[in-house]
Design a protein around this ligand. Structure first.
Ligand SMILES: [Zn+2]
Ligand SMILES: [Zn+2]
Length: 145
């Protein structure tokens, strides 16, 4: 689950990323699109041979994915889970699935670790989020900020 309200990325002293905004991830997609249109590598700015990819090389692709880990983590997690919701076990199309943090980031779960990511369908994700928010509202000591 990505915190939608917070525009910031918070990094804990141990280097763990605590909160990531959807804007942060969308930014990666926007930069790739602009780079393709401009014909320049999104990572190093070198002229591209084709407009089909925003990377000049495999190396730049990996470097950029490092910055925008979520895109690749998402695809990896869905593939690993065979596009099947890990809560209800139903197989869905990629666009009907979300990638969820098993232990919510707000509860101290790792934001960017495959072991803490699972594929879930929209409905299960919604119920899990609702249950999580409800459990938090009964525990005000755990509220963010
Ligand atoms: Zn490059
Ligand atoms: Zn489900």
């Amino acid at each position: 689950m990505v915190a939608r309200s917070s525009p910031s990325v918070q990094i804990a002293p141990n280097g763990r990323i605590l909160a990531l905004s959807s804007a942060w991830f969308a930014d990666g997609a926007r930069r790739r699109r602009e780079a393709r249109q401009a014909g320049r590598c999104v990572e190093c700015g070198l002229a591209l041979a084709s407009h089909r990819t925003p990377y000049c090389s495999r190396r730049c692709r990996w470097k950029f994915h490092g910055h925008y880990f979520w895109d690749s983590a998402r695809s990896y997690t869905m593939l690993r889970d065979r596009y099947t919701c890990r809560i209800c076990g139903r197989r869905r199309r990629a666009r009907e699935l979300d990638v969820d943090h098993i232990v919510e980031i707000a509860r101290g779960g790792a934001a960017l670790e495959y072991s803490n990511l699972q594929t879930v369908c929209r409905e299960c994700h919604r119920s899990k989020t609702v249950a999580f928010l409800r459990s938090r509202s009964t525990d005000p000591g755990d509220a963010p900020e």
